[in-house]
Design a protein around this ligand. Structure first.
Ligand code: SF4
Ligand code: SF4
Length: 257
């Protein structure tokens, strides 16, 4: 069963490019931003967008397996090459008190990871929701795919969070995006598309839980060999792909028991 709190937390999560603070366009609510705002055509929206690229400079963008395939192809790269050169692995830990999908009792964590947690937390919780993600790399403070003139070098195949930004209809979102004039001048209710996207992410979690993250049977056939371990969005240290697989095999065994 999906842990909704952890799931929402993950989906509401992106990273400030400086300090990895929580700040994200990936939020969900059925409410519109402001029903009084005019609905604009795609052409009008495109005229208002300043192409400032700010939305490509602030977030770590999650890539799902199918998106990686399509992106790699559009960039004329092999999938392995794309994942190694353009992506990084994030393994996020969120404290969680009940068993479930991708949930691992702390007692099974390798000593090295437990010690990292101990340094950060007054009391280490009994279990964690463990979320492995592939995200686009950032270089010089911006998405690795942002090109000259603030144009996306893979615009037609850009990942879904980029397509949805900044139009996900979320009450209170205006305050979070003072940098985006397009968002402040337009209204487009993408809550339906957002819900469809969340279902895809949910399916991805379930697959990782059932099959593992990497390898012949895993969700990813290729992946960076090591990544960043994060606790509630804060960087803790490195984690190897082997350590991640060990953790995920524990969650499978634990949930079968
Ligand atoms: S993939 Fe393209 S649209 Fe998305 S953040 Fe990167 S440069 Fe911007
Ligand atoms: S931040 Fe807003 S105005 Fe600037 S490029 Fe992104 S969508 Fe356009």
């Amino acid at each position: 069963m999906l842990d909704i709190n952890g799931f929402n937390k993950l989906l509401n999560t992106s990273f400030d490019n400086q300090n990895m603070k929580n700040s994200s366009p990936h939020k969900r609510t059925p409410k519109s931003v402001n029903a009084c705002q005019p609905k604009l055509s795609a052409k009008q929206e495109s005229d208002i967008c300043l192409s400032c690229g700010e939305c490509c400079k602030r977030y770590w963008i999650t890539v799902l397996p199918q998106e990686a395939k399509v992106l790699a192809k559009s960039l004329r790269m092999g999938e392995k090459e794309f994942l190694e050169e353009k992506c990084v692995l994030f393994v996020k830990l969120f404290p969680k008190s009940t068993p479930g999908l991708l949930t691992i009792p702390t007692a099974f964590f390798p000593k090295r990871i437990y010690e990292l947690l101990e340094k950060e937390m007054v009391e280490v919780p009994q279990s964690f929701f463990v979320v492995p993600q592939i995200v686009l790399k950032r270089e010089r403070g911006e998405c690795v795919l942002l090109g000259a003139g603030n144009k996306c070098s893979a615009y037609k195949t850009r990942p879904e969070p980029c397509r949805l930004f900044p139009f996900i209809a979320v009450a209170g979102l205006r305050e979070q995006y003072p940098f985006c004039p397009l968002f402040h001048k337009t209204f487009k209710d993408s809550s339906k598309e957002s819900r469809a996207y969340y279902k895809k992410v949910q399916k991805y979690f379930k697959s990782v839980h059932a099959k593992g993250f990497f390898g012949a049977k895993g969700v990813w056939k290729h992946a960076p060999q090591k990544g960043s371990l994060l606790l509630n969005e804060k960087a803790l240290g490195e984690i190897s792909l082997g350590e991640l697989e060990d953790l995920l095999s524990i969650t499978r065994k634990n949930n079968k028991a």
